[in-house]
Design a protein around this ligand. Structure first.
Ligand code: HEC
Length: 150
């Protein structure tokens, strides 16, 4: 009997302690895969990311202003031609899926630019932006950067 009470008490105390370590549904809080990069490589990725964010903002603003020429210009800034060359050393550290998602994002912005020029359809551009931004969401859910010395 004593033992029963003790184990119930222990369970009551322990459950919230374990739960604190886990997000909803018992999954660990941090599920993203760590990519180990040095400070310079991390800065390279972050710079590219801020460009992606700026491009997305410009596209939304230009669509809202129904200025499809400006939509095309903005999208092109995020396209393949504007992609910063990834140094070979950094490239080697990036998982294949990461590179695929990055590539798809640049290609998606190029498609958006081309269609904005040829079709001039604001609604279509927004639909494409929604698809391109699916890559942002997927990649952010999968990966995080861990800074290392090398
Ligand atoms: C191929 C993977 C990938 C794609 C695609 C991607 N991101 Fe990122 N993004 C990352 C990673 C990794 C980080 C850094 C996370 C960390 O530091 O732990 C990041 C960070 C960022 C940051 C923070 C930058 C800073 O200076 O702190 C912004 C803003 C961002 N992304 C915006 C975007 C937007 C907008 C898109 C889509 C248009 C996008 N990203 C697409 C992987 C990606």
């Amino acid at each position: 009997m004593r033992f029963r009470i003790l184990s119930v008490l222990l369970a009551l105390i322990a459950t919230p302690l374990f739960a604190a370590d886990h997000a909803h549904h018992g999954k660990p809080l941090e599920q993203r895969q760590a990519i180990r990069l040095n400070a310079e490589e991390k800065a390279h990725i972050h710079t590219e990311m801020r460009l992606f964010l700026a491009v997305s903002q410009k596209i939304v603003a230009a669509v809202a202003g129904n200025d499809m020429k400006r939509v095309a210009e903005a999208a092109r800034e995020g396209g393949m031609a504007a992609a910063h060359d990834v140094p070979a050393n950094l490239r080697k550290k990036l998982p294949l899926e990461f590179k695929k998602l990055g590539h798809a994002t640049h290609m998606g912005f190029d498609d958006l630019a081309r269609d904005a020029d040829s079709l001039g359809d604001a609604n279509h551009a927004l639909k494409q932006l929604g698809q391109v931004m699916g890559n942002c969401v997927s990649c952010h859910a999968l990966y995080r950067i861990e800074t290392s010395k090398r």
